[in-house]
Write a protein that binds this ligand. Structure first.
Ligand SMILES: NC(=O)c1ccc[n+]([C@@H]2O[C@H](COP(=O)([O-])OP(=O)(O)OC[C@H]3O[C@@H](n4cnc5c(N)ncnc54)[C@H](OP(=O)(O)O)[C@@H]3O)[C@@H](O)[C@H]2O)c1
Length: 252
């Protein structure tokens, strides 16, 4: 589904932020921080348009294009890719937030379907989109260095928690994709970053037992991360991509 009947319009000379999983709590907070950049336009993907995202669209008007697609449906991702290519003449930053909600269960209770879902919504969708978008970003990168940022998780550094194998494997696959693309596009002016947040209180945790969230909340060191602080790290990267390469909490 494509909102706003704007399919026929082409926006010339605009810098685009493309947010996959743009309805995530973290993405919505990030957009609030980016909207101050007045020449930035937003291509916002979601699966279920919420009141919050519809209100944001009303608020941003023509600066935001909202697109609905289930990333588990490959044809829908291919269609969305061609719409982005048609609309966004200067893709400036690609942000991948989408991930299936976190589920805790033992490895023996996992299934091919749960692994497929973690892979489709993250790595496969990003692969399909970036295969077409990166050449365009590379072409524009002479005047404007472009960026690709994946939202991973602290599970990719050190020993991961038990009971979330699909999630851990899904995030490592995204990390692999980021590193491979970073090597392949080394000569282009495209920055590849990933952030690795700890647990944040968002709808992503809706299936996580309260006791797990409570114990994270009560950790003396670390505790829960706030969505605002993680969004502000993303904004710092977007505003100054060079600076973050050496920061241990970011992976390049
Ligand atoms: N919350 C945490 O504790 C935490 C910690 C570390 C990293 N992260 C990462 O942060 C990112 C953002 O998560 P969040 O916490 O802001 O949670 P969230 O609000 O639940 O965001 C998840 C996003 O993924 C989208 N999504 C899920 N399945 C989809 C599908 N089949 N097709 C299309 N879109 C799909 C959702 O779309 P709809 O809302 O439209 O359904 C939503 O935009 C995720 O990558 C997550 O792994 C979260």
């Amino acid at each position: 589904m494509f909102h706003g009947q704007r399919y026929g319009l082409v926006f010339v000379n605009k810098r685009w932020a493309i947010l996959i999983g743009g309805s995530s709590d973290l993405a919505l907070e990030t957009i609030q921080g980016l909207r101050g950049i007045t020449d930035m336009y937003f291509f916002v993907h979601c699966r279920n348009p919420s009141l919050r995202i519809n209100n944001l669209q009303l608020d941003l008007g023509e600066r935001m294009v909202l697109h609905v697609a289930d990333l588990e449906n490959e044809d829908a991702v291919i269609k969305m890719t061609s719409i982005i290519l048609h609309i966004c003449d200067k893709p400036f930053v690609y942000l991948h937030f989408a991930a299936p909600p976190l589920e805790f269960h033992r490895f023996k209770d996992s299934s091919t379907k749960t692994f497929q879902s973690a892979f489709s919504v993250q790595t496969l969708a990003a692969t399909i989109l970036l295969r077409s978008l990166l050449p365009k970003m590379k072409k524009n990168a002479d005047n404007l260095s472009a960026q690709v940022i994946f939202v991973l998780s602290e599970v990719v550094s050190g020993k991961p928690p038990k009971g979330m194998t699909e999630y851990v494997v899904g995030k490592y696959a995204m990390l692999g994709l980021m590193r491979a693309l970073s090597a392949e596009f080394e000569a282009a002016k495209i920055y590849f970053h990933a952030i690795t947040p700890g647990m944040m209180e968002t709808k992503f945790l809706k299936n996580v037992p309260e006791i797990v969230v409570e114990s994270a909340r009560n950790r003396t060191i670390g505790g829960l991360e706030s969505v605002k602080s993680v969004a502000s790290k993303l904004l710092k990267i977007i505003n100054d991509p060079d600076k973050f390469i050496e920061d241990a909490s970011y992976l390049r």
